[in-house]
Ligand binder design. Structure first.
Ligand SMILES: *Cc1c(COP(=O)(O)O)cnc(C)c1O
Length: 219
């Protein structure tokens, strides 16, 4: 199926309040333009330099999301245009984003990545650690960062109920933090769900899905 057909199938099953991030990592400019010409404006990349190059080559009304783990020494290459950074998984990353954002006079939007999967390869804050951190003074210094929500990845497994449990857990942390009304930390976006598990993520209350292979084909 074509990118156009994949996108329209996908759109027709996503509720209107759910934001679609089209994950275009490793895919050529021509594929991104095909999706762009169908109206898609939000694209996700996981490599900073690849994202920078695509930003330069493509229309400037695209909203670029950085997903996946972050190489802190490269944040400077994208800090002036990136729209949302999903994978902030440790204090050091916030610190570096803040520092670079300050230099260009921007306030950069981020999501905090939570570790919900049992796999060691998936990183992120653990819930208790995050609560303490959000209530610490350290985070108040970050004037050039806007925390907008949480992101998480479920285990890579066929076990539907395990995935559901992990997404439910993330949703409950999200609600919990939201109810705490931490001033410098808005809980608006819950980024969870990829090609293989987004229907489960939607059941658990995701409002942002990051989908690559179901749109652009395998990598
Ligand atoms: C690659 C990637 C996706 C998209 O994965 P698909 O299975 O192709 O939909 C989503 N989120 C992150 C963090 C990724 O690295």
């Amino acid at each position: 199926m074509s990118i156009r057909e994949n996108l329209s199938d996908l759109k027709s099953c996503l509720p209107s309040e759910v934001t679609l991030v089209a994950v275009s990592k490793t895919k050529p400019i021509s594929d991104i333009l095909e999706a762009y010409n169908c109206g898609q404006r939000i694209f996700g990349e996981n490599k900073i330099q690849e994202m920078q190059q695509k930003y330069l080559d493509l229309p400037k009304d695209i909203s670029w999301h950085l997903i996946g783990s972050i190489q802190t020494n490269k944040i400077k290459y994208i800090v002036d245009f990136v729209d949302l950074i999903h994978g902030v998984d440790r204090p050091k990353v916030l610190e570096e984003i803040n520092k670079q954002a300050q230099k260009v006079g921007r306030k950069v939007k981020v999501l905090l990545q939570m570790k919900i999967a049992k796999e060691d390869t998936k990183h992120g804050f653990d819930p208790q650690e995050l609560k303490e951190y959000l209530n610490s003074n350290e985070i108040l210094q970050f004037q050039n960062i806007q925390i907008l929500g949480l992101m998480g990845m479920a285990s890579f497994t066929d076990n539907h109920s395990q995935i559901k449990t992990e997404f439910d857990q993330l949703k409950s942390i999200f609600e919990d933090l939201k109810s705490m009304n931490i001033p410098h930390c808005q809980m608006e976006i819950l980024s969870m769900g990829m090609s293989g598990d987004y229907p489960i993520a939607l059941e658990s209350g995701s409002n942002m899905v990051r989908i690559g292979s179901s749109i652009f084909g395998g990598r």
